[in-house]
Design a binder for this molecule. Structure first.
Ligand SMILES: [Zn+2]
Length: 396
């Protein structure tokens, strides 16, 4: 083939590739609009990329503010024993619903979501009915179900994920029961990294955005308002659109802003974890005060993830990353530490364990005096609010 012929063949392939990914996005948006109404029609004027065709600039945007882009895996890698059946999860859900009707609500309980809000007064069996006969007018779904079947099937992060991040502190396996027409509006999973897969004939479309400065500011503007995606879709940058079925598992990076549309009802199984690369994303979530309107238990979850992630980060020798994230959110951490004694003690111990006086690098804040060692500077300048008065006096 001549060079010119080669060139035009490449151009043809290029065009074909482009139009293929453009049509995937178009198809997905059309389906959203058909099932969820014209209100989401505006999405077709937003720039959204399919995961296998993300331009380098968008990839770097994700990498600059969290661990990576979201990634997709074959879901068979996530089940150590076998894939659970949808009917097993239906039975588990029925048992949970029945036991909630007998006993009073406990911390571990599932929540019913109706018209975009948690609703305690609606009978949860309606969700089961909608799984069989979906209701476009009043869709309801359950979140936070604990399922013995999922536990016994062994849900874990796929091995291949470790080429992107090393999952640590895997916990909190939860099941959502989502009939067709379920819509989960834009949110952030409290700073945790997550892995999700579907069970049964379930089909969902995910919209995911990186926790960049601009995106977190936009999220803060609609904090505690409903219809977040509708309000800020045109302001968000770096968005990707990902259709998934039970054959996929999706990795959701720390701090990722995301929404889901359920196009075919079924179950979502999810778990949380963190990684040594996640601390910056958690810190900027706190910096943008997105935890501040959460109920107090949920706020604690955010700071617990910060603590666990700090531990992972320091234990893997990433002192600079830990310091930068800490300094970024220092004022918010100080405010939290002031009223949460155990947290204050825990994080102080983490720093004491890893920050000794034989480290001779410079503090990323740039304010360290030439004559002081790093540990002295950091304890006196960035960690002073963690220390009891006696220890503080010794530093001066
Ligand atoms: Zn410093």
């Amino acid at each position: 083939m001549t060079n010119m012929a080669k060139g035009s063949a490449l151009a043809r392939e290029d065009k074909l590739g482009l139009s293929q990914s453009a049509s995937l996005v178009r198809e997905a948006l059309k389906e959203i609009q058909e099932s969820f109404g014209a209100a989401f029609g505006g999405l077709k004027h937003c720039t959204l990329y399919p995961l296998d065709d993300v331009p380098p600039t968008v990839r770097s945007l994700w990498q600059s503010c969290t661990t990576s882009l979201p990634t997709l895996y074959n879901s068979s890698q996530c089940w150590t024993v076998r894939t659970p059946l949808a009917r097993e999860l239906v039975i588990d859900a029925l048992i949970k619903i029945r036991s909630k009707q007998i006993q009073s609500a406990s911390e571990e309980d599932f929540r019913l979501n109706y018209q975009g809000e948690v609703n305690e007064s609606i009978d949860p069996t309606i969700v089961l009915a909608q799984l069989v006969d979906p209701d476009p007018c009043c869709p309801a779904f359950l979140t936070g179900l604990r399922s013995p079947s999922v536990e016994s099937c062994g849900f874990r992060c796929p091995y291949d994920l470790c080429t992107v991040v090393e999952p640590e502190e895997e916990c909190n396996i939860q099941v959502n029961m989502t009939p067709k027409f379920s819509f989960v509006d834009l949110h952030i999973d409290y700073g945790a990294d997550g892995l999700s897969t579907l069970v049964g004939d379930c089909r969902k479309i995910w919209l995911l955005y990186p926790p960049s400065e601009a995106n977190l500011r936009a999220m803060k503007m609609v904090d505690s308002q409903r219809a977040k995606l509708m309000r800020i879709m045109h302001q968000l940058e770096g968005g990707v659109i990902v259709p998934t079925t039970a054959s996929h598992a999706i990795y959701i990076p720390a701090g990722c802003i995301h929404a889901t549309f359920t196009l075919q009802g079924g179950f979502l199984v999810a778990k949380d974890f963190t990684s040594s690369e996640s601390l910056t994303a958690i810190a900027s979530y706190l910096l943008h005060k997105l935890d501040q309107t959460l109920p107090s238990e949920a706020r604690s979850v955010c700071y617990d993830w910060f603590e666990r992630c700090l531990d992972v980060c320091l234990s893997s020798g990433k002192l600079d990353t830990a310091l930068e994230a800490w300094i970024l959110s220092q004022d918010h951490l100080a405010a939290w530490a002031a009223s949460h004694r155990q947290w204050r003690i825990n994080v102080r111990r983490l720093w004491e364990q890893h920050l000794h006086n034989k480290i001779f690098s410079d503090c990323p804040c740039g304010m360290q005096e030439r004559t002081t060692v790093l540990s002295h500077h950091v304890f006196a300048t960035h960690l002073n609010f963690l220390l009891p008065p006696s220890q503080l006096r010794r530093l001066k």
